[in-house]
Design a protein around this ligand. Sequence first.
Ligand code: PLP
Length: 378
Amino acid sequence: MKSVYLDYNATTPVDPRVLERMLPYFTEKFGNASSNTHAYGWAAAEAVEQAREKTASLLGCSKDEIYFTSGSTEGINLALKGIFENYSEKGKHIISYQTEHKAVLDTLEYLKTNGAEISLLPVHRDGTIDLELLKNTLRKDTLMVAAMYANNETGVVFPAKEIGEICHRQEVFYFSDTTQAIGKLPLSVKDDNIDACVISAHKIYGPKGTGAVYFSRKKPRLSVAPQIHGGGHEKGLRSGTLNVPGIVALGEACTIAEQDLLTSAMSQSRLRTLLEQSLTVSGNVFINGSIKDRLCNTTNLMFKGIKSEDIIKKIRPVAVAAGSACTSAMQQPSHVLKAMGLSEEESYSSVRFSLGRFTTEEDINFTIEKVKNILSNH
Ligand code: PLP
């Protein structure tokens, strides 16, 4: 039976080219990148450094600003806790947004127990932000702004460059959760004034459990307190034997994302328009979030009067999500949609469709037909 995967924001399949590149590092090239006494170790270390260069190239930074991690949750913990720990004399005030991913929100909640003062700013009805409010919330003791690049549930994109400018004018650090933006839009940490950001391989057609964090080394030169100790890997910032196959895969996934970016974005955007136009004509389906400032692949649709649970069940084998995969286990209405002012009922009627590299027009037409069936029987 045909199945269609439209949940690329939750995770992506490993691209066959990525798999092919990583496989030898499980078997004949299995060395430990820290073994500097033999060829096995040298080969692994060289592969890691190549991957570091490829990751840096996609982010627009230099390779010595990249540190490998197990994914974005770890990177977010390292950035937020590590910056707070090293600079808490500079200030204990952190500004963030109500629509951030739980990995950011929960880490900030934890930092409160260490004396951090958090201002969680609201968003507009369409999920976008008010830059004046950000400026007015900055204080003398503001240490950092943590503002995601693109939202995982709605795809809404924040104005990174402007946020960065506001931060830098007051010597405030700018951390951006770039997990969902990377590979979907052209992004350069230097042009966007980002001081720290994270990347997760499984969102860009690499394997789960591998990722990286970027910390600026110039203007500002960020110094971050390690959160995992032992062995001194990654210049002492993130100890633990390097996941060489995962890192090689991340590097390859970054190179492909860089080459593929524009064609892939155009194709996904075209297919998303087809999906949205075909479904919203009914008059009972609405798009949650800004149409202008949005990722090319995501649409969060509200089906008035129909429970998302019912839609998800009835359109199977089309795989979609209600809210984010990370919070859906909690059976609570999405905190993102709530922050955008949707009622609980509207939130429970919302479904996220996220397209990806392997989505075809046939997939979208199949999905449209399935959803239309529900709409016409309702
Ligand atoms: N931040 C955002 C915006 C995400 O979408 C996700 C994953 O869903 C994460 C962070 C966590 O990433 P990871 O699965 O690599 O820990």
